[in-house]
Design a binder for this molecule. Structure first.
Ligand SMILES: Cc1cc2nc3c(=O)[nH]c(=O)nc-3n(C[C@H](O)[C@H](O)[C@H](O)COP(=O)(O)O)c2cc1C
Length: 415
């Protein structure tokens, strides 16, 4: 059930005798916490009244391309297609299925399906001989190849009096299969991550700063991979131009280590994470007394006194729950296993991702990375040189294994 909660579902209803069951489909989805918007084909209105589906979904039902011919208004099929996390067509007639294959746009539903950026799931419903006709079989094969998920019809007595395969799956099974499908798409749904990423800049004066060469590319790749698998991500980034556009990522941009610390603590206090990943390259020290305004070249001091920055990761790890999986990053010069093992303890981490600047193509300013996952003296997993996206995928696989072995997300996060 949890995987449907809050999901936005565009439900397409077509002109099958099974359309009466779409009322129960709406009820099942709404009961599971989903938001449902119904789009009917004109044919579907012969079988069930829009008023029924509008009342059960709590929203106006759309079925025509134009809203009000006299006023010249139209239904925004593009907006509907973009709104959904999924378009579910239940029941799906042979006619609408063939329209999907051909890319036709002669009903509002078909135009929504052409505009949709989200995945599509269909529950075919038709007479036995229509279902087994080569045209239907080939059309369903084509849609499967395009990534459409098909909820198989059941076998039994059909409206025509024939017995065989073609009955639309029962509404409860549609809800269960959709829920399982969402879970497969997003195995980490309901979990929350806190990531720090990128460099920090420690001001000397208004224009000069002490910084480092971190691009933020690795942290961004991790955030995107976590969000793709369904997680909500609080992403605290030092100055970096690498985009992290995803509805699951809440990004806070900061400059200095002190700002990063404050933003990370605020995120943690707002919602307890299930995983913390400290991927930021935080400056170890900062100028003790940054100068206001721009100092002229002649007036620059000969020496700048420094003070240590706080250990951000150790600080937020100490505030996190004991069930939270805590990951730190370490950049070594040469083999850094000893240093990584020390960091594991001093920062109270469960795992250190170790990369070395002496490995060709690894670390800052590269699109690739070579890492070891250091869990302890008895478990160090070494990986080949890969793109930072592939490293992110390895790391998220590990996070996923860890989280799914631990408590359920709601229990950990107190939500
Ligand atoms: C009583 C009746 C029941 C029908 N049931 C189905 C059905 O279960 N599946 C199907 O593919 N077509 C069925 N049809 C045919 C469709 O209504 C017809 O092909 C229509 O053009 C579908 O348009 P649509 O896909 O735009 O809704 C039925 C027609 C009638 C008159």
């Amino acid at each position: 059930m949890a995987s449907l909660s809050g999901r936005r579902i565009v439900l397409g209803v077509t002109g099958s005798i099974a359309a009466y069951k779409s009322a129960f489909v709406v009820r099942e989805l709404v009961k599971a916490g989903a938001q449902v918007r119904v789009v009917m084909t004109p044919g579907a209105k012969e079988f069930i009244a829009p008023l029924t589906l509008g009342t059960l979904s709590g929203h106006a039902v759309h079925s025509e391309l134009t809203d009000d011919r006299n006023a010249g208004t139209w239904t925004d099929h593009v907006e509907l297609g973009l709104w959904g996390d999924v378009v579910l067509v239940a029941p799906a007639t042979a006619h609408t299925i063939s329209g999907m294959v051909e890319g036709r746009g002669d009903s509002l539903l078909l135009t929504v399906l052409l505009s949709a950026k989200c995945p599509v799931v269909i529950a075919p419903a038709m007479d036995r001989d229509m279902f087994t006709h080569p045209a239907t079989t080939e059309n369903l094969d084509t849609l499967t190849q395009r990534g459409v998920h098909i909820i198989e019809p059941g076998t039994g007595e059909l409206a025509s009096g024939l017995t065989g395969k073609g009955r639309m799956a029962e509404p409860e099974r549609i809800r269960q299969e959709l829920s399982a499908w969402f879970k497969k798409q997003a195995p980490l749904l309901g979990f929350r991550a806190l990531i720090t990423s990128g460099p920090t800049r420690e001001p000397i004066d208004a224009v000069r700063f002490i910084g480092n060469r971190s691009s933020g590319r690795q942290g961004a790749a991790i955030a995107l991979e976590l969000a793709r698998r369904g997680m909500m991500v609080d992403f605290i980034s030092g100055p970096s131009h690498i985009p992290t556009d995803h509805p699951g990522i809440q990004r806070v941009d900061v400059e200095t280590a002190l700002e990063m610390k404050a933003a990370a603590e605020a995120a943690l206090n707002n919602a307890m994470p299930d995983v913390i990943i400290g991927a930021a390259a935080v400056a170890d020290v900062r100028p003790a007394s940054p100068i206001t305004g721009k100092v002229s070249k002649e007036d620059l001091p000969e020496a700048i006194s420094m003070v240590p920055n706080p250990d951000i990761l150790a600080g937020i790890n100490a505030l996190a729950s004991s069930a939270c999986f805590k990951v730190g990053f370490a950049l070594a010069h040469g083999n850094g296993h000893d240093a990584a093992l020390r960091k594991l303890k001093s920062k109270n981490c469960d795992m250190i991702v170790l990369n070395s600047i002496t490995d060709k193509g690894a670390g800052f300013e590269h699109t690739t990375n070579r890492v070891d996952f250091v869990h302890g003296p008895d478990r160090i997993d070494s990986f080949e040189l890969k793109t930072k996206e592939a490293v992110a995928s390895d790391l998220v696989n590990e996070v996923q294994n860890q989280l799914l072995q631990r408590t359920a997300p709601s229990e950990q996060s107190g939500r």
